[in-house]
Structures are given as C-alpha cells and as structure tokens.
Design a protein around this ligand. Sequence first.
Ligand code: UFG
Length: 346
Amino acid sequence: MTKESQILVTGGAGYIGSHTVLELIQQGYSPVVVDDLSNSSKESLIRVEELTGAKIPFYEIDIADSKGLASIFSSHSIDGIIHFAAFKAVGESVEKPLAYYRNNIGGLFSLLDCMDTYGVTQFVFSSSCTVYGDADDVPIPESASVSAVNPYGQTKLMSEIILRDVAQSRPNWSVSNLRYFNPVGAHPSGRIGEDPSGIPNNLMPYITQVAVGTRPFLRVFGDTYPTHDGTGVRDYIHVVDLAKGHIAALSYQKTVQGVHTFNLGTGRGSSVLDVVKAFERATGKTIPYEIVDARAGDIAEAFADTSKASEVLGWSAEFGLEEMCRDAWNWQSKNPHGYEDSSGTV
Ligand code: UFG
C-alpha cells in the first residue's frame, strides 16, 4: 500500500470519520467516503475539503446495500478500508437491538464480501473499550477478558470475532481492531467537530451545550463510585490523536498479516468533576452542575494501558485534557447548532 492509496472510509462524514479523513489527506492518502448520513452531515466533508484543498469522492449509500457498495469498489482501486459506519448509542441499542445487529453486523458482512471480490486485504475496525465490560483492573490491557453488557457492545465484540475468524481463513489479510476509549474535542480549526442529534448522551458535548447556553446545567451521574472524588472515571482522548492512531495502524498493517488489537486512549483517567474543572480552566466558562443518581449500566472506572500502541504502532496521544476542552469549546462556540446552520449543499 503506497501513501497515494485509496482508502475507503465508511462513516467518513461522522465525528471520528471526518477527523480521520482529514488526517488521511494530510498524510498523503486518498480517502473515498461512503456514509448514509443517518447520523452525520455532508457539511463535515465540505469543510474537510476546504481545510485541505482536496476533493473527496463521496457516496451516500448504506453499506448494507451490497450492490451500491460493490459499485464503489468497481469505480475505485481501493487498497484498504477504515470502517466507522455503525449505530453507537448504548441506550438506543437496548430499545432496538435488532436494528443494531442488522446495521452493525450486516454492514460488516457487505464490506467483507467486497474485500473478497475485489482483493482488498487491509481492514481497520472501529471497536470500543466497551468490549472490556466492567474490567477487573485498570489500566486495561488488550489482553483483558472481554464481555458485552448491551447490544451495542455485543455488535463490537461480535464484529471483532467475525474479523478474527474470517482473517484466519485469509492469510494475506491484515486487520486492526482499534478499541477507542472516550473520544472528545475537535479539530483545532473549529471547522469540524461532534454534532450529536438531540440531547447528548456523552459528557463533553453535554458540557459544551451547557457552556453555549443550550442546556441549563450538567447532571453528574453519581458521586459515590470508588474513585478519587466519587464520580465516574474515563480515559478521554482528543479526536485528532485518535484519528492519527488510525493512520499509524494502516501504516503498521503494511508490514504484517493477521489480526492486531490496540487500545487507543491516553492512559490517564479523569473523573466527571476533573473534566468540568479542566473545561472551566480552559475556557473561562462556568459549568453549573447537579449531582443526580448514577446512570444505569455505567461503570466506575475505565482507562487504557496504552503501552502496546506505543511500542508496536509508535503512536501515543499528545493532547491533554485542557486542550481537549479548549478544542471542544472552540468548535461548539463557533458552531452553536453544529452543522445545522450550514446549507449542507455542495
Ligand atoms: N456523565 C455524566 N453526565 C452526563 C453524561 C455523562 O455525569 O450528562 C458521566 C458518565 O456517568 C460517565 C462519564 O460522564 O461517568 C462519561 O460518560 P459518557 O457517556 O461520555 O461515556 P461512557 O464512558 O459512558 O460511554 C462511552 C461511549 C459508549 C461506549 C462506552 C464504553 O459513549 O459508546 O464509552 O466504551 F459504549
């Protein structure tokens, strides 16, 4: 795979996808994007084109549409795939498990079929630290036991298992499972960022919406966890660092075959109140909050052992928590309604 390689990015108009498309272009790759825009905006790609001066081939297709997907592989010489396209809301997955299994697993099947048909051997999978369930020890190494506690997590775990089995039968394939911890922040330009639909489930977009005045206060879900201040501890990672982790994996894959699994996190745990304080320091904004009951299904603490990614990929996160907050706020304050204010047309 040369650097001019065409990389198919599924879900490339989404939050992590758009940041990765930008990083791919900056590192000399040629991304081709497929996204059904069910939870993303084409405007993100227009802005990546503005930032890079590149033209991004874009297909508005559901990847489960095998014929539509195959037509992309016929039109481009695809060397590798980075697969983001999936539903990702834990609560929704409990309400609509079938939709999650159909979309997240069905989409993977279409892609794997195309790999066979078109001779593609490189695959990077967007997995999640959710596969560790409630881990016994932190920091969590890739060798920790895996389990899933909701349909969303099951789809990530099942996808990893499917990839393992299929790759075993195709010795020239190279697959990376990238287990993300908690991606936050935005590109420092403030042109692309996270644009959740409706009320955000996740902490950082909720905080930025409080800061911009869309929501009156933050609800802190529980303060009696066995952590340093009683609130939940997570490993927040800047989305630009995360995007770079994908390029590091692609580059490593050229040299090996088989399936390789990496945690992408910073290795540092921060509590909800640590994040609130860091946000206030980084932005000068005050975040009013109330402690409420713990959220069902939440765990006390999760942060990554990042030594494998550092040693094998030569990748480690560079941004700290305040920089994540600064960039999250830069994006939100410049785009109070996300991409909604833009025309969305090309
Ligand atoms: N939190 C609040 N208030 C909020 C939102 C979150 O106090 O309004 C707390 C949570 O209780 C948790 C922390 O902030 O302690 C982080 O919560 P997020 O929802 O941002 O992230 P989670 O770690 O719960 O979930 C993330 C991904 C999921 C994934 C999970 C495990 O969003 O998709 O990590 O991998 F399943």
